[in-house]
Design a protein around this ligand. Structure first.
Ligand code: GCO
Ligand code: MG
Length: 403
């Protein structure tokens, strides 16, 4: 058996913080998994270091399912982003090892390629509608078949999704949370205007997406969905905070705009009702925050029964290790929808050399054995951890709101 003899957590900050778990077997094969939880990185690092790694030493790296069940059931305190990100890191590192031992790219172990490439969406954003559409035109020229549009809201100093650096977006911008101001009434009219201009300039041969980032009530979401219908969005994302899965019934009754939810979910239980009642069209939960490949496979299979497709979260705060693993999953999963692709900084790409490549609006995981992503530990050590938290939102009258 490939016995686990060592496991370590690597924390590095090549532009932003990433937590990586490296597992090493007796015969010298290693695997890596992403454990990054934006703004709460050290909580997962400690969970792995203190509570998980001691349990891994001496185990058979081939027993992925048994180790998953051990960590999930064995924690007693089930679910939650910290626990599930830690389990995900172990799971992905073990799949990496298994595929390396088999000498195969990971997607072959899942069932082989179902498609030739993975359609991704890029992020066009700007302070004004015209800036945003100009960005979208650039993405189109780069080959993207799907583009997310986010624009500044007049009267608000900063808006979710509008970045300083155009190809990357890092909201965790300070050691203590930055306080932003939010106004739904100022925001709501901006999105249909943005989509109308985008369709006029870009035409219809491109998928357009938008993220409301958990800020609407169900009835506001329903209205936005209706207002966007003429522009045929690919999806409208995270319209309400989804702790209350029932609220999607209200949105669904009023609009045919496709709905995407789930980047903050951690297990199948967070999306069970949404999927079974067919209240959503795309499930966004991804490998790093949802218990790894082993658990995402269950979510995707449940979703497939109800015509819900995958649309994995792929923001900059998910490391290239998560992206690599996600792309193998995407290449295989029968009910694939789309993959988010927010590019990493060149420093991040250097720390995490990877086999995946972009062309014609698609990513491909490559043919390297394993998931095809490595970590350069010497380089990683040159970028020490920097405290950074996500922003918070207040309404114009000072009340705390959702970010
Ligand atoms: C997205 C997300 C991100 C999150 C970020 C938080 O759709 O890409 O909403 O931008 O805000 O991942 O850490
Ligand atoms: Mg989102």
């Amino acid at each position: 058996m490939p016995k686990i003899i060592d496991a370590r957590v690597i924390v590095t900050c090549p532009g932003r913080n990433f937590v990586t778990l490296k597992i090493v077997t007796e015969d010298g094969v290693h695997g890596i998994g992403d454990a990054t939880l934006n703004g709460r990185e050290l909580a997962v690092a400690a969970y792995l270091q203190e509570h998980v790694i001691p349990c891994l030493i001496g185990r058979d790296a081939h027993k992925i399912e048994d180790i998953w069940q051990f960590l999930y059931r064995g924690a007693y305190w089930r679910r939650g982003p910290v626990t599930m990100s830690a389990i995900a890191a172990v799971d992905v590192a073990l799949w990496d090892i298994k595929a390396k031992l088999a000498g195969l790219p990971l997607y072959q172990l899942l069932g082989g390629a179902s498609r030739t490439g993975v359609m991704v969406y890029g992020h066009a954003n700007g302070q004004t509608v015209d800036d945003t559409v100009a960005q979208a035109i650039k993405y189109r020229a780069m080959g993207y078949k799907a583009i997310r549009l986010q624009t500044g809201v007049p009267g608000l100093n900063s808006t979710y999704g509008v970045s300083k650096d155009k190809l990357f977006y890092e909201p965790a911008d300070a050691a203590l949370p930055t306080e932003n101001i939010w106004s739904t009434s100022r925001y709501l009219p901006t999105v249909p205007e943005l989509f109308a201009t985008a369709r006029a300039e870009l035409g219809w041969d491109v998928h357009l997406l938008h993220d409301s980032h958990h800020r609407l009530t169900p009835i506001e979401a329903a209205r936005l969905g209706k207002d966007l219908e003429p522009y045929r969005p690919f999806w409208l994302e995270d319209v309400t905070p989804a702790e209350n899965q029932e609220s999607f019934r209200w949105i669904r009754r009023h609009t045919t705009t496709p709905l995407a939810v789930g980047e903050v979910f951690n297990t199948i239980w967070d999306c069970k009702q949404l999927i079974e009642e067919q209240l959503i069209d795309f499930i966004r939960t991804t490998i790093v925050h949802g218990g790894g490949i082993t658990h995402l496979r269950r979510i995707a299979s449940l979703a497939d029964l109800y015509n819900v497709r995958t649309g994995f979260h792929g923001a900059t705060d998910l490391s290239p290790v998560c992206m690599g693993a996600a792309l193998h999953f995407d290449l295989w999963v029968p009910n694939f929808g789309i993959q988010e692709y927010m590019r990493h900084t060149p420093e991040t790409d250097e720390v995490f050399p990877h086999a995946y490549t972009f062309s014609d609006g698609e990513l491909h995981p490559g043919e390297a054995a394993g998931h095809g992503v490595e970590i350069d530990e010497d380089l990683a050590a040159k970028y020490p951890y920097r405290p950074a938290q996500l922003p918070v939102n207040r309404l114009e009258d000072g009340s705390m709101f959702n970010w």
